[in-house]
Design a protein around this ligand. Structure first.
Ligand code: AMP
Ligand code: GLY
Length: 407
């Protein structure tokens, strides 16, 4: 089978790497670190299956265009991609489907938004309605800061048009979890759960990023938790999409919080997570291409198979990420990292040289028999890699490893 992967990040590199176990893979546009990268647009690439990585082309309707041309596509159409393209639409659908989620209001005018803030508890969450590369969420205990953010979002100053509508949510607390389900329009199967690290700073401080690291499996998320996520979130959401005439074939990624009151969906993404894909996909034992092709064809029958190994992914970012990443620095050590046992480097914001060309530059994934060994391997890989100002969180998977070591 020949597969075309659309996108240029670490997630697409991981997709291409794992699909490459059984297929020929082309990646468009890819980046200089991804084998099979080509500048030809997807529609000009002859493939048996098209896998669309990022949210933006999904929201813009690339899956619809390719399907209209008779291609087999893994990724929702623009209708289903609204789950990620509009948080207000997503929240309305969750409420209609009876899926547990944070209480919220959605606003286009500051007065109503600020009045709503005054009715809330002591943790304020402000989100852009539209896409903001994972950076459009502010969580704060200070109402003043929340009010300032509401004004900056709604005026367009902070996130352009993406922020001209805001969703304000009650603040929840508890461990977070990502469950990615592969959907064929009617049925869904979960992949192994992962935990993502969204904040830039160690100890989960500072601004939100696209994700600074991830690990899988997640000790707090056993089979019972995954079953609950499927029964209370993914399957009712898929049924509600169907009620609305939306044939959702792609990944439904549930970003969840395990609160003292039970699980809550914080968000849906309509694609594989980045860097979750870099831990969840390499762990897969069964054939990824067959799974995605079956989902794309609406005939999902198999369940993905995992062993009891573990993976930890550590993102290497540019100085200044996420606000203003510096680019153009020469990267060294990728080959040395790839030679470490159990280590794979996935390239993202990288240009020819290789030089840094974005905020998140590389993801280093370590795989091992448990989280502790996977983590050691990931950081052993990271130790090879360098450029001026390279930034790495040192605490990825640390608490999970300490939990694993506890009696
Ligand atoms: P989202 O893009 O909606 O997943 O939000 C990004 C991050 O903001 C999440 O991973 C959480 O850490 C945090 N967050 C989002 N919604 C809430 C909420 N209602 N309460 C507390 N934290 C939240
Ligand atoms: N790592 C979070 C995301 O992909 O949105």
């Amino acid at each position: 089978m020949r597969v075309c992967v659309v996108g240029s990040g670490g997630r697409e590199h991981a997709l291409a790497h794992v699909l490459g176990r059984s297929c020929d893979v082309a990646v468009t546009p890819g980046n200089p670190g991804i084998p099979g990268a080509t500048s030809a647009p997807a529609a000009e690439i002859d493939a048996d299956l098209y896998v669309i990585g990022p949210e933006a082309p999904l929201v813009e309707g690339l899956a619809d265009e390719l399907r209209a041309a008779g291609r087999l596509v893994f990724g929702p159409g623009a209708d289903g991609a609204q789950l990620e393209g509009s948080k207000a639409w997503m929240k309305e659908l969750l409420v209609a489907a009876g899926v547990p989620t944070a209480g919220h209001g959605s606003f286009t005018e500051p007065d109503g938004a600020i009045a709503f803030l005054h009715t809330m508890g002591d943790l304020f969450v402000i989100k852009t309605d539209g896409l903001a590369a994972g950076k459009g969420v502010l969580v704060t205990e200070h109402r003043d800061e929340a009010e300032d953010a509401v004004r900056a979002y709604l005026s367009g100053e902070a996130f352009g048009d993406a922020g001209r509508r805001v969703v304000i949510e009650e603040g929840l607390t508890g461990p977070e979890l990502s469950v990615l389900a592969v959907c064929d329009g009617r049925r869904a199967v979960p992949l192994a759960p992962a935990q993502d690290y969204k904040r830039i700073g160690e100890g989960d401080v500072g601004p939100n990023t696209g994700g600074m690291g991830a690990y899988s499996p997640v000790p707090v998320a056993g089979a019972d938790v995954v079953d609950e996520v499927m029964d209370r979130a993914v399957l009712p959401t898929l049924a509600e999409l169907q009620n609305r005439g939306i044939d959702y074939r792609g990944v439904l990624y549930a970003g969840l919080m395990l609160t003292p009151q039970g699980l809550r969906v914080l968000e849906y993404n309509v694609r594989f997570g980045d860097p979750e894909a870099q831990v969840v996909l390499p762990r897969l034992r069964s054939d990824l291409a067959g799974l995605l092709a079956a989902a794309a064809a609406g005939s999902l029958e198999e369940t993905p198979e995992y062993g009891d190994d573990a993976a930890v992914a550590v993102v290497c970012a540019s100085e200044g990420y996420p606000a203003s990443p510096r680019t153009g620095d020469v990267i060294t050590g990728i080959e040395g990292a790839n030679h470490e046992e159990g280590v794979t480097v996935f390239c993202a914001g990288m240009g020819v040289g290789p030089v840094t060309a974005g905020g998140r530059v590389l993801t280093v994934t370590g795989q091992g028999s448990n989280l502790s060994s996977a983590r050691e391997r990931a950081y052993a890989g990271v130790a090879h890699i360098d450029w001026p100002g390279r930034y790495v969180r040192q605490d990825i998977a640390l608490s999970a490893v300490e939990g694993e070591a506890a009696p």
